[in-house]
Design a protein around this ligand. Structure first.
Ligand code: 1HN
Length: 348
């Protein structure tokens, strides 16, 4: 039999590691288990941000800095397990942005894609590549990658929305680009509603190219229409035991997710509903639109009411108990996981 090298002593190993280290090499066997854990390991923790608690800080920020000076006046929702990293899950960023009547958030573009979910107030607009859309609570609005965008509030009330961006995903690929537009506000090139007229009525102009590449050509999915779809769906079929009635926002040109890096969903849960536990590998951010109740996420549970935001880490068992008919908006990094063949789900 060939001789088997006897196990070297711990100090001999440490000595080897020190010498290896100087040459920028390291022993895999010391880190192998941490590199490929048996199941999802994440620094993302379950958490719920109570809107009532944060709203006063948003208002105070509104007095201390203008939207113009801040560029974007946003309170970043920092996951408790990743403080200082500007992220709500390991892959996604979320924040609450305030724009006051008369204010402008200047035009720029970046390779990161963004979504807006309107939480409070109406009448502000966002402009994307020459087209403005007026936003109302519950609207899901997309800023596609590398499109110039600016926001303005021509209404009479403060407007707050949740931003969701794929910042960490773009950073992982080191594919970040950013450019400031020459002027504060980009010129309006089309009438309001043009994108919906062209692509949002089950129609598309003959021979039309996708104006935003892999992102949906519809950039505002109004709440009135999402709510109507949920209502109608709930009349004709039983709720799913885990999700209630849940729908995904789609790109009408592909039938796939509305954004290439972020999936967005809207769901209705009946009053007094206790959902079956569910887990999936896409860590998900929820914004409460209507109703309320209690959500259990892994070992923790939180009371929720409209305008609260909560985060469910990858693979954390999730279940709901509702008080009142409840509507939840949510978004996650599911499209990337699906594209790579990684996405998994499990029902209890
Ligand atoms: C951004 O451009 C917006 O355009 C919001 O409203 C939040 C967070 C980080 C980087 C860019 C916006 C952002 C952002």
């Amino acid at each position: 039999m060939a001789s088997i090298p006897h196990t070297s002593s711990s100090s001999a190993r440490q000595d080897l590691y020190r010498r290896m280290d100087r040459h920028h090499t390291a022993p895999l066997w010391e880190v192998l288990h941490a590199l490929i854990p048996d199941q999802p390991a994440t620094r993302c923790q379950p958490y719920l941000w109570k809107y009532k608690d944060i709203r006063p800080y948003i208002a105070e920020a509104g007095k201390l800095i203008t939207a113009k000076e801040a560029i974007r006046r946003v309170l970043v929702l920092e996951n408790p397990g990743m403080r200082g990293e500007s992220c709500i899950t390991q892959s996604l960023y979320a924040g609450l942005q305030l724009i006051l009547p008369g204010e402008i958030a200047p035009s720029h573009r970046h390779s990161q894609s963004a979504l807006r979910f309107i939480v409070e107030g109406g009448g502000a607009y966002t402009a994307v590549d020459g087209e403005r859309t007026t936003m109302h609570p519950g609207d899901f609005v997309i800023t596609p990658s590398w499109t110039f965008h600016d926001h303005g509030n021509q209404g009479s009330e403060p407007v707050v929305w949740m931003d969701g961006l794929d910042i960490r995903i773009v950073e992982l690929f080191a594919a970040q680009f950013h450019e400031v537009y020459g002027e504060e506000v980009q010129p309006v090139a089309r009438s309001e509603g043009a994108a919906t007229a062209r692509f949002g009525n089950g129609l598309a102009p003959l021979g039309a190219l996708a104006p935003f590449g892999k992102t949906s050509p519809i950039f505002n999915y109004p709440y009135a229409r999402s709510r109507e779809s949920l209502e109608q769906l709930s009349r004709d079929q039983d709720p799913d035991p885990c999700h209630g009635w849940k729908m995904q926002f789609i790109n009408p040109l592909t039938g796939g997710h509305a954004m290439p890096s972020i999936a967005a969903f809207i769901q209705l849960l009946p009053n007094g509903f206790t959902s079956q536990p569910y887990r999936a590998t896409d860590g998900t951010i929820y914004s409460v639109v209507e109703g309320g109740g209690r959500v259990s996420i892994a070992e923790q549970s939180f009371e929720f009411e409209p305008r609260d935001t909560f985060v469910v880490p990858s693979w954390a068992p999730l279940s709901f108990e509702t008080r009142g008919e409840t509507v939840l908006f949510s978004f996650s990094d599911r499209p990337g996981q699906e594209a790579l063949g990684l996405w998994r789900e499990k029902r209890a």
